[in-house]
Design a protein around this ligand. Structure first.
Ligand SMILES: Nc1ncnc2c1ncn2[C@@H]1O[C@H](COP(=O)(O)OP(=O)(O)O)[C@@H](O)[C@H]1O
Ligand SMILES: [Mg+2]
Length: 261
C-alpha cells in the first residue's frame, strides 16, 4: 500500500520584491512533504532567508502564494505551535537562566506551568544540557548557546522547524557535533526541517533533498535527492557516495551562480 505523503509547505510560484526594486525571490516553486529534511543551498543574497521567513509568516509574498499545513503561514503561527524558527544568533536573554530561556515561549503561550517545566527539562536533556539548566548564557560556549536555542524551539513540539544558518558561526568541530545531534532529534521527533545553508558539505550531510538556489533574482535552480541512508555518521564524509553528492551539489551551485540552468 502506498500512503499519500502529506504536504507541509507549498511555495506556489512565489516572488518577493523589496522596495519595488530588489527581486529577492522569483517564481520560487517547491513542495515539501512531511518528514523531509530540505536544505536551501545558495550563495549569499540569493533569497534563502527570504524564502524561510515567508514560510514563517514573516512578510508576505509579492506574487504567488505560500501554504503551510494547507493554511496561510500567518494563520499557522497565530493559532498553533506547529512551526518554530532557529536563527544563526541564539538570541538568548542574558538575565535568564538556560531553563528560563527555554520556558519563555511556553510562558507566553500560557497554560500549565508544571507541564512546561517538564517539557523544558525533556528538550534540554535531548540537546545534552541537563547539567546546565541553571547556567546563564554568558557561562556557555557558542555551541551550547545554539543548543539552548534549539531546545527553546523544540519545547513547543513543533511539527516543522525552520533553521536559518544555525551553525554558521560555530567552529568546525562544534558544527559537526551539532549536525549529528540535529539529525538524531529530527528522527526522534519526526519533524519536517527546512534548513538554510551556503555550505555544500552541511547540506549533503543533513538533507533528504537539497534545493539549490541561484544568485539574484533568487530562483530555485535545481533539486537534488540525497539518497544516503540514515543514521549518517560523521565518517560518511570520506566515503565516495558522499563526496560524489558533494561534487554534484557543488557543480549545480556553480552553474546556478553563473545564471545557467
Ligand atoms: N527587508 C528587506 N528589505 C530590503 N531588501 C531585503 C530585505 N531582506 C532581504 N533583502 C534583499 O533581498 C535579497 C535576498 O536576501 P536574503 O533572503 O537575506 O538572502 P540570503 O539569505 O540568501 O543571503 C538581498 O539582496 C537582500 O539585500
Ligand atoms: Mg540569509
Amino acid at each position: 500500500m502506498v500512503t499519500a505523503q502529506r504536504e507541509v509547505v507549498a511555495f506556489q510560484h512565489v516572488s518577493k520584491i523589496f522596495d519595488q526594486k530588489t527581486v529577492a525571490l522569483k517564481d520560487f516553486h517547491l513542495s515539501i512533504n512531511e518528514g523531509e529534511f530540505v536544505s536551501f543551498l545558495g550563495p549569499s543574497g540569493c533569497g534563502k532567508s527570504t524564502a524561510l521567513r515567508l514560510a514563517a509568516g514573516l512578510g508576505e509574498a509579492s506574487q504567488g502564494e505560500i501554504k503551510v499545513f494547507d493554511k496561510s503561514p500567518q494563520d499557522v503561527i497565530k493559532a498553533t505551535n506547529d512551526v518554530a524558527f532557529v536563527f544563526q544568533d541564539a538570541n538568548l536573554l542574558p538575565w535568564r537562566t538556560v531553563i528560563d530561556n527555554v520556558l519563555l515561549p511556553l510562558e507566553l503561550r500560557g497554560g500549565n506551568k508544571k507541564a512546561h517545566k517538564e517539557e523544558a527539562k525533556r528538550v534540554l536533556e535531548m540537546v545534552g544540557l541537563k547539567d546546565h539548566m541553571k547556567s546563564y548564557p554568558r557561562q556557555l560556549s557558542g555551541g551550547m548557546k545554539m543548543r539552548v536555542s534549539i531546545a527553546r524551539a523544540l519545547a513547543a513540539k513543533p511539527k516543522m522547524l525552520l533553521m536559518d544558518e544555525p551553525f554558521a558561526a560555530l567552529d568546525e568541530i562544534t558544527r559537526q557535533t551539532l549536525q549529528m545531534e540535529l539529525l538524531d532529534i529530527w528522527r526522534q521527533e519526526k519533524m519536517t526541517i527546512l534548513f538554510v545553508t551556503h555550505n555544500v558539505f552541511e547540506a549533503v550531510f543533513l538533507s533528504t533533498r537539497i534545493a539549490v538556489m541561484s544568485a539574484r533574482p533568487g530562483r530555485l535552480s535545481s533539486l537534488l535527492d540525497v539518497d544516503l541512508a540514515y543514521p549518517r555518521q560523521l565518517s560518511i564524509r570520506t566515503e565516495k557516495k558522499f563526496t560524489d553528492y558533494v561534487e554534484i551539489a557543488s557543480a549545480k551551485l556553480e552553474n546556478s551562480s553563473e545564471g545557467k540552468e
